[in-house]
Design a protein around this ligand. Structure first.
Ligand SMILES: Cc1cc2nc3c(=O)[nH]c(=O)nc-3n(C[C@H](O)[C@H](O)[C@H](O)COP(=O)(O)OP(=O)(O)OC[C@H]3O[C@@H](n4cnc5c(N)ncnc54)[C@H](O)[C@@H]3O)c2cc1C
Length: 406
């Protein structure tokens, strides 16, 4: 098996994490990415939680970066968090996706739970204790239909309870809290949803299925029966309909895309190393498959540009809420996920063709086995077919752009 980074086996590569006192977020993230990359093959082989990477992320205080400074965080932004997801994705896709899923939930809590005392106390705890939040949107047999919930919130005075067949909760067993969608009440329609956060002391998890998957093995995305009881204030005040549109979809699509771009960059890095290795002897010609490295690089650059444009659109919508309501902006954010997942897959496949058999083998330093298996999750993680068919009506309503640059 290939090892992506150097580091001594004795200490598990922990020395890679040393960063200067007062280092910025990206410098700390690079250190965590080194640790994640060092352990990536073992995480993949064992389908185990990437404990070393998450311990390093906690030590570098990355889990609370989005929390406002007055609550003990760093008031960071999606651009910086996307950059961290990319860096981690180059090293270990599972660690990167876990970090991304946690930050997607953090963005929902921070942007929609700020007025509520319970929620503010939780944010303070996340910053100080570096708590890790998991996500539960997939339920029963509903697949990726995030905008419908079966299990209702049941209210009893100031308390609420929820019993939910959560068919996938990545790192559910390792999380300190779960942010879940639910039907608002027993009388509500499936689409009348709320977002609720429960901390570990609020719930029990009974595992209902396992996670032995092709890729993203370290996300440990098993199924659980979630039984939770908490306070009424644990329900985020805004409706899930609003949270979904303003935060959940755009932030999820941006951060997932950043992880996938990181995986693609890691694959291109291996392909480049392979071609350089093949040309090591003096006068050696460019290998015939080198053209695939050029293709891989071109699609990686397009992928980065698409994610960058998505981040710029999100920032523009956050600064100008009136623009956010345009159908064009919704289409761009929805389709971002479809496009980047397909481009990332194309990039990794081009890298494989550049490496040939060395990339196909599991036992080569240029192996792309893990990258390919991990990136294959991207089109099915909320299936592209579902997103495309849901966007059909908006695309019909929306005028075709009459300018090259908006
Ligand atoms: C690595 C990974 C981690 C995950 N982590 C979590 C997590 O932490 N929490 C969580 O809640 N969920 C998680 N999920 C699940 C994810 O959010 C989706 O629920 C899941 O990917 C849905 O997959 P599905 O194929 O079962 O369902 P569906 O999306 O229902 O798709 C099933 C099939 O139906 C087709 N299909 C569905 N709708 C349409 C349509 N409208 N038009 C045409 N075809 C359609 C699809 O093409 C597909 O073939 C994770 C998934 C992955 C891959």
């Amino acid at each position: 098996m290939a090892t992506e980074n150097t580091g001594s086996a004795e200490n598990g590569g922990a020395e890679l994490e040393s960063v200067a006192e007062g280092a910025g977020i990206l410098e700390r993230a690079k250190a965590v990415a080194e640790v994640a990359g060092y352990h990536a093959d073992s995480v993949d082989r064992g389908a185990r939680f990437p404990i070393e990477a998450l311990t390093a992320a906690r030590r570098q205080r990355l889990l609370g970066v989005l929390v406002p400074t007055d609550l003990g965080g760093e008031s960071s932004n999606i651009r910086e968090v996307a950059e961290i997801c990319f860096l981690l994705g180059r090293g270990c896709a599972s660690a990167a996706m876990i970090f991304a899923m946690h930050q997607i939930k953090m963005a929902c809590l921070i942007r929609h739970g700020w007025g509520n005392r319970w929620q503010r106390t939780l944010q303070r705890r996340i910053a100080s204790e570096q708590l890790l939040l998991a996500s539960s949107t997939t339920e029963g047999t509903g697949g990726g239909n995030v905008r419908a919930s079966e299990a209702p919130i049941r209210s009893d005075g100031n308390h609420i309870t929820l019993e939910r067949a959560a068919s996938v909760i990545s790192y559910g067993a390792n999380a300190d809290g779960i942010v879940t969608t639910a039907r608002r009440s027993e009388a509500s329609a499936p689409s009348d949803q709320v977002l609720v956060v429960f901390t570990k002391d609020n719930y029990s998890l009974e595992q209902t299925n396992s996670w032995d998957a092709l890729g993203m093995r370290g996300t440990c995305s098993a199924g659980f029966l979630l039984r939770a009881r908490g306070e009424a204030d644990q329900v985020i005040p805004n409706s899930y309909e609003l949270i979904h549109k303003l935060t959940m979809v755009p932030v999820a699509h941006l951060l997932w895309s950043s992880v996938w771009t990181g995986i693609a960059a890691g694959a291109v890095q291996r392909a480049r190393a392979f071609v350089r290795n093949a040309m090591r002897s003096p006068g050696a010609p460019l290998p015939p498959a080198a053209s695939h490295l050029t293709r891989a690089r071109a699609s990686l650059d397009s992928l980065r540009a698409r994610v960058h444009a998505g981040i710029a659109l999100f920032e523009q919508n956050t600064a100008n809420p009136e623009l956010r309501d345009s159908i064009g902006s919704d289409i761009a954010m929805n389709l971002l996920k479809v496009e980047t997942s397909e481009m990332a897959l194309t990039t990794v496949m081009s890298a494989l063709r550049a490496c040939g058999l060395s990339g196909y083998r599991n036992d080569s330093e240029f192996s792309l086995s893990r990258h390919i298996r991990d990136i294959l999750s991207s089109p099915i993680m909320i299936n592209n077919d579902r997103i495309i068919s849901n966007s059909g009506a908006s695309v019909l309503l929306n005028e075709v752009p009459d300018r090259l640059i908006d």
